[in-house]
Design a binder for this molecule. Structure first.
Ligand code: HEC
Length: 166
């Protein structure tokens, strides 16, 4: 009696093991999990690799060279509340000659500490970045201006500012 029961239990155990093995084999054959994983990982990697360099590839001098200074003069109206282009400072320092001028370099204008200590030069690329978001480029700046989100506006404006350098 006892041996019979043990035999039944072992038999049942072996039977279910066999069923699991068969299910595993068939499932593997139908879904082919290993090759699916490979097929999915390839497009994801190439998509990530393709995005990063595209963002850095903005050639600002080329953008500005192709920009429209006339349209930039219209964009400058947003700056004119605080900036003059006749050599006089206002709420902000005068912007005639600002292209390629050292940052925070106008004598007699009281810059904020972050701007005064920033260093560098206002070349086309740094103006392009600064004007997108002044507070992001010079954290703590006293320039209360949200920024120009459109790349085209910034390029046109820098082209206009460059005409004031003579
Ligand atoms: C609400 C007033 C205000 C407006 C609008 C404004 N600015 Fe300014 N800007 C300032 C002030 C104030 C400073 C000095 C910031 C500091 O010291 O942190 C400044 C600084 C600057 C500087 C740095 C100059 C230097 O000598 O280092 C540039 C470049 C500049 N502004 C460009 C612009 C442009 C271009 C616009 C229009 C898109 C503009 N600003 C709009 C107030 C303004």
């Amino acid at each position: 009696m006892n041996t019979m029961e043990i035999t039944k239990i072992v038999g049942a155990f072996c039977g279910s093991l066999l069923v699991f093995l068969l299910i595993g084999t068939f499932a593997g054959a139908i879904f082919d999990t290993s090759s699916e994983a490979v097929a999915f990982s390839i497009p994801v990697e190439s998509a990530e690799g393709g995005d990063a360099p595209a963002e850095e590839a903005v050639d600002v001098p080329a953008l500005v060279a192709a920009a429209d200074a006339g349209k930039g003069e219209a964009v400058f109206k947003k700056c004119a509340a605080c900036h003059k282009v006749d050599g006089n400072n206002a709420v902000g320092p005068h912007l005639d000659g600002v292209v390629n001028r050292p940052v925070g370099s106008i004598d007699g204008f009281k810059y904020s500490a972050p701007m005064a200590g920033h260093g560098g030069t206002w070349d086309e690329a740094s103006l392009y970045q600064f004007l997108q978001s002044p507070k992001a480029y010079v954290p703590g700046t006293a320039m209360a201006f949200a920024g120009l989100p459109k790349s085209e506006d910034r390029a046109n404006l820098i082209a206009y500012l460059a005409t004031l350098n003579q």
